[in-house]
Design a binder for this molecule. Structure first.
Ligand code: PAF
Length: 283
């Protein structure tokens, strides 16, 4: 596996691979890799000649009050994990390489970013869109892989990929969970053992929501109320948002239909944890 730190080397390598007509699968990450990322790398490995993993804790997607400086990092472990999963290239740029002095442009999103995490994390999606546009331009992947846990991010990346005419197939992969249902996340590492146990309530509540819908409930307010009551029964959990939105436009909806996304962000201790489920195939 080749480790690349600078853009000039990366561009040369990509040029060579394109000249050989190799297909490229990209897995963009912020590192501290876990099995969720592993599932993306494995899928990329199955579907492409070359797998590129990027590890970059993107400062532009963190607001001033957020966890940029404390965000967990372990490049040695990440590199070993990527090797184990047979990635070909690990792109690990410094912040100055991606955003050199004078950098003064952004890519941004409108409606899809105006709700859920977009309200709670000012500027977050502008940072995500900007890094994704840069990575797509640099790596020119045929396919790029993202987790469904960040469902709003996935929808936004699909939108900008179409809007900016990138020839990239954006592939969403299922949420990978711990045995008790907690969605895997690099931020789970912030939880102490009591908080870690408490965090299982989030998926438990979401599962109840799914069941109520399977039993015939169509009123999103009723479903959200049940989920809210379960999460709030855990004193260590504090809901940041809990909403039902239309996946197409990320706006709140009153009645459950296909492509209704139930999404939540919940603080447990200082960890802000995301979970969601998508309604498909209902009459
Ligand atoms: O989901 C993430 O880890 C990040 O938001 C991403 C897509 C790698 C962009 O920095």
């Amino acid at each position: 596996m080749l480790e690349v730190k600078n853009i000039a080397d990366l561009k040369q390598k990509i040029k060579d691979l394109k000249a050989e007509n190799k297909t490229i699968g990209l897995v963009p990450t912020m590192g501290f890799l876990h099995e969720g990322h592993g599932s993306l790398i494995k899928k990329a490995r199955e579907e492409n000649d070359i797998v590129v993993v990027s590890v970059f804790v993107n400062p532009k997607q963190f607001a001033a009050n957020e966890d940029l400086s404390n965000y967990p990092r372990d490049l040695v472990k990440d590199s070993a994990y990527c090797r184990e999963l047979h990635a070909d290239i690990l792109f690990i740029p410094d912040a100055d390489e991606i955003y050199p002095a004078g950098f003064n442009s952004f890519a941004d999103i409108y409606q899809l970013g105006d709700n859920l995490c977009g309200i709670k994390r000012a500027g977050h999606f502008r940072g995500v869109c900007t890094i994704i546009v840069k990575l797509f331009n640099l790596i020119k992947p045929n396919r790029a892989y993202f987790g469904q846990k960040d469902a709003q991010q996935l929808a936004i990346i699909k939108r900008i990929t179409a809007d900016f005419n990138f020839d990239v197939e954006v592939i969403g992969c299922p949420i990978v969970r711990e045995a008790d249902g907690l969605a895997k996340s690099s931020r789970n590492t912030y939880l102490n053992s009591e908080e870690r146990k408490a965090a299982a309530i989030i998926n438990k509540a979401m599962q109840t929501g799914q069941k109520i819908i399977a039993d015939g409930e169509k009123n999103t307010a009723v479903v959200l109320e049940k989920i809210r009551a379960i999460i709030e029964s855990e004193k260590l959990a504090r809901i940041d948002y809990l909403q039902a939105v239309d996946l197409e436009n990320m706006q709140d909806i009153a009645t459950v239909k296909n492509n209704t996304l139930f999404a939540t962000a919940v603080f447990v201790g200082k960890a802000r944890l995301l979970d969601n489920f998508l309604i498909e195939n209902i009459d």
